[in-house]
Design a binder for this molecule. Sequence first.
Ligand code: FES
Length: 111
Amino acid sequence: MSSEIQLPSVNKVDLSPSQQPKNKVVVCQGRSCRKYHAEKVFSNFQQNLPTDVELMSVPCLGQCGNGTMVVVEFDQTWYSEVHPDEVETVIQQHIIGKSPVKEMLYPKFHK
Ligand code: FES
């Protein structure tokens, strides 16, 4: 069984602002990630994400044991071991500031 999910890629070239795809944050809510406060991570995103960013939960991202797993879909950034208190950093620095939080990146996918 493959442990990697396939998220849709996005072509960032030649799109007018009205054609830009909506940004989306995916938060795992699987059993393994729930051991690491995934429900609180999700609710913190839910309460604080800008309204133009979609929030989605999934039953597993195939990376159990590294939770809570979070994916910023727009630029395919994977975060591991996301703590509820770190959600604000991801929102401010990455979602709003467009700069991924390097120290939180999932090392398996971001060397
Ligand atoms: S339960 Fe979160 S990656 Fe599997």
